[in-house]
Design a protein around this ligand. Structure first.
Ligand code: S3P
Length: 188
């Protein structure tokens, strides 16, 4: 556990716990465990976008395009942040939006689940609901997304390495890093 450059400070406003990371990094499974352990509600932004649009993500992309999905995602996250404190599992692209990034940084502690390429490839094979991975070789697409996004994800308050270990274990590590952040500040 190494102290990170202090881009963000723990504070009373940071009531949300916000999980970020690429598709397949485990935001939903870790988020649910943190929710169970803390008693905070669990909210998955993808699910909220689907509810708001009334159709599944591949259909939103196909019918309205990625831009429209992104603006729906931005609105949904703003609305969630206006509600009661919660654990939020975000869609992998949402933290790339500077407005969303600033809003979650202000109101939440951000936790990046950092996974290696093999882990992401293996885990994303289990579902076929991600339009971004349908347009070519998933390994190449994920490698490209890692290059584009990891420097931005690196702005998170806490970085948790994820890999082969059980989700229970990862969630426990994330929560002890969260405790340390709340006492001292950003953790890498
Ligand atoms: C996306 C990730 C997906 C979903 C959409 C786009 C992305 O969510 O929001 O398919 O741009 O990385 P998960 O990260 O929960 O799979």
């Amino acid at each position: 556990m190494i102290q990170n450059t202090p881009t963000s400070k723990p504070g009373p406003d940071k009531q949300f716990i916000v999980l970020i990371g690429l598709m397949g990094s485990g935001k939903t499974s870790i988020g649910r465990r943190i929710s169970d352990a803390t008693g905070l509600a669990f909210i998955d932004t993808d699910e909220e976008v689907v509810k708001a649009a009334g159709c599944p993500i591949p259909e939103i992309f196909a019918r309205f395009g990625e831009e429209e999905f992104r603006s729906g995602e931005r609105r949904v996250i703003q609305r969630i942040l206006e509600g009661a404190p919660a654990v939020i599992a975000t869609g992998g692209g949402s933290f790339m939006d500077s407005g969303t990034r600033n809003a979650v940084a202000k109101q939440g502690v951000t936790i990046w689940l950092r996974a290696g390429l093999d882990t992401l490839v293996e885990r994303t094979q289990r579902k076929n609901t991600r339009p971004l991975l349908r347009g070519g070789d998933p390994r190449e697409i994920l490698a490209q997304l890692m290059e584009e996004r990891y420097p931005i994800y690196g702005k998170a308050d806490i970085i948790v390495e994820v890999g082969a270990e059980h989700a229970d274990q990862t969630a426990r590590r994330a929560m002890s890093m969260l405790d340390a952040f709340r006492k001292t500040g950003p953790i890498l």
